[in-house]
Design a protein around this ligand. Sequence first.
Ligand SMILES: [Ca+2]
Length: 544
Amino acid sequence: MNCDSSFDCKPLGNDKNIYMKILFRKRPLVRALLAGLALCWGGVSLCAETKSAHVAGKKGRSPNILFIMSDDHTTQAIGAYGSRLANLNPTPNIDALANNGMRFDRVFCNNSICTPSRASIITGQYPQRNGVLDLNDSLGLENQYLPMEMKKAGYQTAMIGKWHLKKEPAAFDYYSVLPGQGKYHNPAFRVRGDKPWPRNIIKKTGMHSSDAITDVSLDWLENRRDKRKPFFLMHHFKAPHDLFENAKRYDNYLKDVEIPEPENLLRPPDGSAATRGMGSGVGRTHAPWTLAKKLGILENLDERSYAQAGYQKYLKRYLRCVKGVDDNVKRLIDYLRETGELDNTVIIYTGDQGFFLGEHDLMDKRWIYEESMRMPFIVQWPNGIQKGSANNWLINNTDFAPTMLELAGIAKTPPYMQGRSFAAALRGEAKPHDWRTSVYYRYWMHLAHSLKVPAHFGIRGDRYKLIFFYGCTPKGAKQTPAAWEFYDLKNDPFEMHNLYANPEYREIIAKMKAELKRTREDLDETDEKYPKIQTIIDAHWLQK
Ligand SMILES: [Ca+2]
C-alpha cells in the first residue's frame, strides 16, 4: 500500500519485486552478499572505469538527475504555489519537494503546447532554431542534444513516459515511451527491440498510465541501468492532460467537495479586437471545444448553472489525475530514499506548460496569458540546495538543458543552445547583472483544434507584458483581427484590463516594443520566412 490519502486506495502499480528487493537491501548480510555478487558480475568492465570521476565515491560523484514532467499540470493545481486550490491540498508530495528545495515562481514556456515545449527542453533552443513550431513537427536523433550531452558527461540516460516528439528517442540509453499522446488506461509503450522503431511494443494491461510509467521508471532504476554511473532519468507523466481520466481508486476523491471558482470564471477580460470571444470557455458561450458537453453536463441548465457544473466536473477530473501523479511522485522519492540515493539526486518537478482551470473563462493552454504560459518548476537536492527557498528570475524552458548540463559538470553551455543555465540560482547566488529582462513567447497554431486561439507573440517582463496578435497561419490564411495587448501584472495580475491604448503607458510600451524587436532578432525568431505575417506586423507595428 502506498497511499496516504483519506479516500479508498489500492496498491499503486506492480511494485512487488522492487519492494522485495528493498526489504532484502535492508538486511546487512544479504546486502553484503549482493554487493559481492555485483562486483564479480561487474568484473573487468568495472576496473576499466575506475578512473572515472563518477565512481570516485559519493562525495566526488556528479548528482543523479530525476526530471519529472507531467502533461498540462499547472501552478494553480500545486499546493506550493498557493492558489485558490491550495486549501484542497492537491499535491502534498510535490509540495514536500518545494519545502525541501527551491520553488521557482517565474518559469515560462516559449510556446504553450506539448511538442514545442518538449523540443525546447531537449534542445535548449527556440522553435525556429530546432524546427518544432507546432504539434505536427518532430525531433530527430540529430537534435536530441540533452541526452547526448548527458552521455558525454558520463551519465546513464533514460526517457520514460510521454515523449510526443514522434521520432525514436534514440539518443537515450534506454527508452519506454507512449505512442503519441498515449492512453490513460492499459497503456502501450514503444521500446527498443528487434524490430525497427516504432514497432517494438509492450503493453501494461489493467493499469493506469501514471502507475505504469512509474513502474517502468522504478524497474529501470533498480534493474536496467549501470549503477556505476550517475543517472539522468526523464520521467514524463501523461496525466493530467485532457480528457482527464483518473485511476479508479480516485473516483471518490473530492466527491463531496465544492471546488473554489476563480474570480474571473464567466468574466472574460477586456482583451482586444483580436481576442474578444476567442478561445474556448468552460460553459456554453465562446466554447467551440464544448468541454462541458464532453463531460456530460445536462444541456437544459441555464448558462451560469451549466458553466458552474462544467467547472466542478472539469476540476474534479483534473485534480483526480493530479492526485495520481502526486502519489506516484512519492513512489519515486521513496525508492530513492530506500536506496540511499536521495541526498545526491536532483529532483526536478515541472509541467510542459500551464493550463487554464476556468480563469478568464478559459480552459486548455496556448495563450501567452500567465496561467497558460507559466510552468511549475520545483527542485529538490538535499546536497546542493537550501531548503524552503524560492526564486523569481525570468526563466524559460530553453534554460532547462543548460542548467541540467551544468549540474552534470558541463560548466559551459554548448554554443548551439540558446538558453542559459540558472544553476547559480540553485546555489543561492545573486542574479547575474546581465540576466534577461523579459521572456519571449510565440504561439503558431492559429485557430487549431476548435479551440479558437489566434496566433501571437510577445514578451513578459518583470512587471509588464506586451503581446501582438497577428492572427493568421504561417502562410497567412484564416486571418482574424490583428491587435496589440499590454498588461500591468503588478496592478492586474489576472490580465483583465488591456492598457495598450492608455496614454499613461506610452513610454513603457515603446520601450517594450523595442525589446520585443531586439529579442526576436537575437533569437532568430523573426518572420523573414513568413512574408504574409511580416506584412501584418509591419502594418501594425506603430499602431497606437
Ligand atoms: Ca502539454
